[in-house]
Write a protein that binds this ligand. Structure first.
Ligand SMILES: NC(=O)C1=CN([C@@H]2O[C@H](COP(=O)(O)OP(=O)(O)OC[C@H]3O[C@@H](n4cnc5c(N)ncnc54)[C@H](OP(=O)(O)O)[C@@H]3O)[C@@H](O)[C@H]2O)C=CC1
Ligand SMILES: Nc1nc(O)c(N)c(N[C@@H]2O[C@H](COP(=O)(O)O)[C@@H](O)[C@H]2O)n1
Length: 226
C-alpha cells in the first residue's frame, strides 16, 4: 500500500521551474501561494529532492496561522512531515527544513549514505534507508504509509518528479503557469532526468480542470492508469 501522491509546481510561461543558475524565483502570484499553503496544510507529508534543498533551502512550512491552528485542532502537528530524498545524506545540518517550524522530518537515504552523516542528521530527523545507490522511491512510499501518511504533496524538483513518474508513483499533477518567461535551455523543467525515450512510455494525463489564477493559469491533471 502507498499514499495518494500529487505533484504541485510553478512553471514559467516558457516551461521552466527555475533559472539556469538554479535560483529560486517568484513564478506564481499571491493567490497561488495561498492555494499552495492550503493544499500543503491538507497533506500528511511534503517531499522534495536534495537538489531543491541545496538550491532553495526551503522550509516547506505551512505559512498561515489559521491553517496551522486548524491542523493542531484536528490533532495533527503544525506542519506535515517534511521528507527529503537524499541518497547520500547531503542535507546540510543547518538547513531551514530541519530547523524552521514544528513537526516531524524524515531524511530518506540509500545504503550508500555514510554512517557519520546519518548520525548527524538523525539529531533532527528520522532516517529511512531504502535502495542501494539511490533512494528506492516505491519502498519509501510504502514505509511512509506505515508512518500513517495517506496524502503526499511533492514540491519538486524536476529530477525527483521525473523519477516518480517513471516509477508510476504520481496520481495527480497541479501546474501553475505563471506570467513570466525564464528562458535558458539548461534551466530546470518539471520533469528533468533522462526523460522518456519511447512515446509509448509517456505518462498520459486526463485534464481535471483549468482555472485563471493571478495573471496565470492553474491546470490540474490526473494520471491515467491502463
Ligand atoms: N517552481 C517550482 O515549483 C519548483 C522549482 N524547483 C527548482 O528545481 C531545482 C532543483 O531540481 P533538481 O536539481 O532536479 O533537484 P531535485 O530536487 O529533483 O533533487 C534531485 C536529487 O534527488 C536525489 N535522489 C535520490 N533518489 C532519487 C531518485 N530515486 N530519483 C531521483 N532523484 C533522487 C538525487 O541526488 P542524490 O543522488 O544525491 O540523492 C537527485 O540529484 C531548483 O532550481 C529549484 O529551484 C524545485 C521545487 C519546486
Ligand atoms: N508555488 C510556487 N511558486 C513559486 O513561484 C515558486 N518559486 C515555488 N517554489 C517552491 O517553493 C519552495 C519554497 O518553500 P518555503 O517558502 O521555503 O517553504 C521552493 O523550494 C520551491 O519548491 N513554488
Amino acid at each position: 500500500m502507498r499514499p495518494f501522491i500529487f505533484v504541485n509546481l510553478a512553471m514559467s510561461a516558457d516551461g521552466k521551474i527555475s533559472t539556469v543558475q538554479r535560483r529560486q524565483v517568484k513564478i506564481s502570484g499571491k493567490k497561488d501561494f495561498e492555494r499552495v499553503d492550503i493544499i500543503k496544510a491538507d497533506s500528511d507529508a511534503i517531499i522534495v529532492g536534495i537538489g531543491t534543498v541545496l538550491a532553495d533551502n526551503p522550509s516547506l512550512t505551512v505559512k498561515s496561522s489559521e491553517l496551522k491552528s486548524k491542523r493542531i485542532k484536528n490533532g495533527k502537528e503544525e506542519n506535515p512531515i517534511r521528507v527529503v530524498i537524499d541518497s547520500k545524506a547531503r542535507t546540510p545540518a543547518d538547513s531551514d527544513i530541519l530547523h524552521k517550524g514544528d513537526g516531524q522530518r524524515i531524511i530518506a537515504v540509500s545504503k550508500k549514505a555514510e554512517q557519520e552523516k546519518i548520525e548527524l542528521l538523525n539529531e533532527y530527523a528520522d532516517i529511512v534507508v531504502t535502495g542501494e545507490d539511490k533512494v528506492d522511491l516505491s519502498a519509501l512510499m510504502e514505509a511512509l504509509y506505515e508512518y500513517g501518511v495517506r496524502k503526499i504533496m511533492v514540491e519538486g524538483g524536476g529530477s525527483l518528479i521525473e523519477s516518480l513518474f517513471k516509477e508510476n508513483l504520481v496520481d495527480e499533477i497541479y501546474t501553475c503557469v505563471g506570467n513570466v518567461i525564464i528562458g535558458g535551455k539548461n534551466a530546470p523543467t518539471p520533469a528533468d532526468g533522462e526523460g522518456f525515450l519511447k512515446e509509448e512510455d509517456f505518462p498520459n494525463l486526463k485534464l481535471l480542470d483549468i482555472e485563471k489564477i493571478d495573471e496565470g493559469i492553474l491546470i490540474r491533471w490526473k494520471v491515467v492508469r491502463d
